[in-house]
Design a protein around this ligand. Structure first.
Ligand SMILES: Cc1ncc(COP(=O)(O)O)c(C=O)c1O
Length: 294
């Protein structure tokens, strides 16, 4: 029996929620997506903060096709020099401050968060983590641990230990950043929690307290990055530079790509004791990097 796409979706595709009558998409271009019934939709959801340059932007499509004529996956991450990867790295670092001069590519936002948390532990030798109520940072175990919504994570305990949660913009967090705190992870503007702007002074106090205690300030710009806050990166709105920056979503213009970025001194920690401190097979895929570069 020949099943329709709708039937396969319904009976055989595992999804994280019950979608009662999903639309079937046959094509997407610019701000539009088109269903099998010929209906045109304006894609206001934008793939959840991914399609910042629209669907199938001609420059992105050309870059992908050009790269496909050369090579796709060659080797696990970081062993060969691959032009799309290094050129994208350079493009990023010349648009970032000096202390964010080393880019580690991964495949997704959750992986960028995982890498950032691990890196903060290695740099500081500490375990304490601070996060915020209502924050969303991804669905893997580490990212879930720093997610500020008890209902979403309770069924998956035990999660990472030694994490405390505070309300966004609440001064209580400042005194709780101590010499046992490895990192504080936050979106400089909370997104999933409802587009909550930071109080500027509060954000600057967090930066100051992190400097005083040697705590890593991690900015999750997975949703905010690449122009969504009006600047290329959201931290530019506040003049507060993080120690580690997480990117993904719109970075690959529709291709899967993420990154965590810090200083080369910090990143060096991942190369020894133990070696191979963070590994990815597909991170920084050359086709995704070519799309991102375009
Ligand atoms: C702020 C933020 N961080 C991390 C993630 C996780 O990204 P991904 O779904 O690519 O793993 C998301 C996804 O929505 C996000 O909005």
């Amino acid at each position: 029996m020949q099943l329709t796409n709708r039937q396969i979706f319904q009976y055989h595709l595992a999804t994280p929620s019950n979608v009662s009558s999903p639309i079937e998409i046959v094509k997407a271009k610019g701000i539009y997506i088109y269903s099998d019934s010929g209906q045109q939709y304006i894609d206001l959801v934008s793939g959840v903060s991914v399609s910042n340059v629209g669907h199938l932007h001609p420059k992105v499509v050309k870059a992908i096709k050009d790269q496909l004529g050369k090579y796709m996956h060659l080797m696990v991450y970081g062993k060969y020099i691959q032009s799309p990867q290094v050129q994208l790295t350079y493009k990023l670092v010349i648009n970032l401050p000096e202390k964010l001069n080393s880019v580690y590519f991964v495949n997704s936002g959750s992986e960028a968060v995982e890498g950032a948390l691990k890196l903060a532990k290695r740099i500081t030798g500490r375990t304490g983590i601070i996060s915020f109520n209502n924050a969303y940072h991804g669905s893997t175990h580490g990212a879930l641990s720093v997610l500020g919504n008890e209902e979403m994570k309770n069924a998956y305990r035990p999660l990472l230990p030694d994490i405390s949660f505070f309300n966004f913009n609440d001064n209580k967090v400042i005194d709780n950043i101590t010499q046992s705190t490895a990192c504080i992870i936050m979106e400089p503007i909370q997104t999933e929690a409802g587009i909550i702007l930071p109080n500027l002074e509060w954000l600057q106090l967090i930066r100051k307290r992190c400097d005083e205690t040697g705590t890593m300030l991690i900015f999750d710009e997975v949703q905010l990055g690449f122009g969504r806050s009006g600047k290329l990166f959201a931290y530019e709105n506040f003049d507060v530079i993080p120690d580690i920056l997480c990117l993904a979503k719109a970075m690959g213009s529709g291709m899967p790509l993420g990154a965590f970025i810090s200083s080369s001194d910090n990143m060096d920690k991942l190369t020894h004791n133990p070696a191979l401190g963070h590994i990815t097979t597909f991170g920084g895929h050359p086709v995704s990097c070519a799309a991102a570069l375009a």
